[in-house]
Design a protein around this ligand. Sequence first.
Ligand code: NAD
Ligand code: AHE
Ligand code: ZN
Length: 376
Amino acid sequence: TAGKTITCKAAVAWEAGKDLSIETIEVAPPKAHEVRVKIAYTGVCHTDAFTLSGKDAEGEFPVIFGHEGAGIVESIGEGVTSVKVGDHVVCLYTPECKECKFCKSGKTNLCGKIRATQGKGLMPDGTSRFTCKGKKLLHYMGCSTFSQYTVLADISVVAVDPKAPMDRTCLLGCGITTGYGAATNTAKISPGDNIAIFGAGCIGLSVIQGAVERKAGKIIVVDINDDKKEWADKFGATDFVNPTKLPAGVTIVDKLVEMTDGGCDFTFDCTGNVGVMRNALEACHKGWGESIVIGVAPAGAEISTRPFQLVTGRVWKGCAFGGVKGRSQMPGLVQDYLQGKIKVDEFITHRHPLEDINDAFHDMHAGDCIRAVITM
Ligand code: NAD
Ligand code: AHE
Ligand code: ZN
């Protein structure tokens, strides 16, 4: 099939707010510095649902979503040297070109090489590789893993140990790495530090596993859904607080300040709710507490706080993909998984075949889903 257009199945989002539709699509061969991958498994992340809802400032339709995928290289375009046909790869929505100002800065994992076209749902040359019923379909986050075959830039894939099952490595493509990296890369947690994590979904639970590895002291999980307490405990949380169940007049900030003798050393927002983000910042310890924003907020939403919060030493920052440089660090993370250092299996609560992918979106809104894995 190298060099030829492949016909396969994909879940297409024709318009915002509507269920995905399983369609037969055409996938063009990879151009120079592109790779065509046969996707084996993909996770469904809240960010897919966020863009499907129409709240994503960059959301355009029709499009093939999915950005948490693993598969096997089917063919490579001219000039590709980083992977070869047959390699087991993880898709990277945060690519790593290793040449741009960002990749060379040593200060961020963000890569600038293809972000502009990626944000428009296009390949680096400004065109799409997908058509369906004669219509062009857009790409998503440079991955579009909800298709049995997809085309990515060569800097957006990384080869990993084929011994690692792809229904697990797909989840290292976003949620699990994001939370773990936020705790171990972005926040410099020292042993004994007290932290609070707002939102015990896939991301928040993975922040817990990173914090445990960093030997944090109190790991306080804050969630409005009591069912998440069991999940938080399973991953190593020391305390659970439901902010809707506090005594009248006691705010979540008061509660956390009281539990940590003045405030947290680090807090993490894993909800995307800008009110939560404010509470997370203000629950930080005066003088040094740092709050890490991970959640994705709707278009137009803004955060606010009194400048005094920062003047008195609190730090507000955030991270994408847990600050992880995908091509440099993913092989090691997969080894950490194989050696039991990083949990992945425990996050999988639902499995569906591609044709039932809409059930995975409905699962997510039910509240008992951490990650659904789709068999392609
Ligand atoms: P999720 O929906 O599974 O988890 C969110 C959790 O937050 C749920 O348990 C929910 O009960 C809880 N919650 C909701 N409102 C709350 C509130 N007011 N107070 C406390 N808890 C509250 O989502 P997820 O898959 O874990 O993703 C979390 C967020 O992270 C989403 O916004 C997602 O888009 C974003 N995300 C960001 C990155 C990144 O690189 N920055 C990567 C992946 C996901
Ligand atoms: N298009 C969205 C971007 C939202 C956002 O922050 N995305 C995260 C990844 S979420 C993965 O589940 C991210 O990595 N952003 C860095 C980047 O370069 O976009 C919007 O809100 O505009
Ligand atoms: Zn994601």
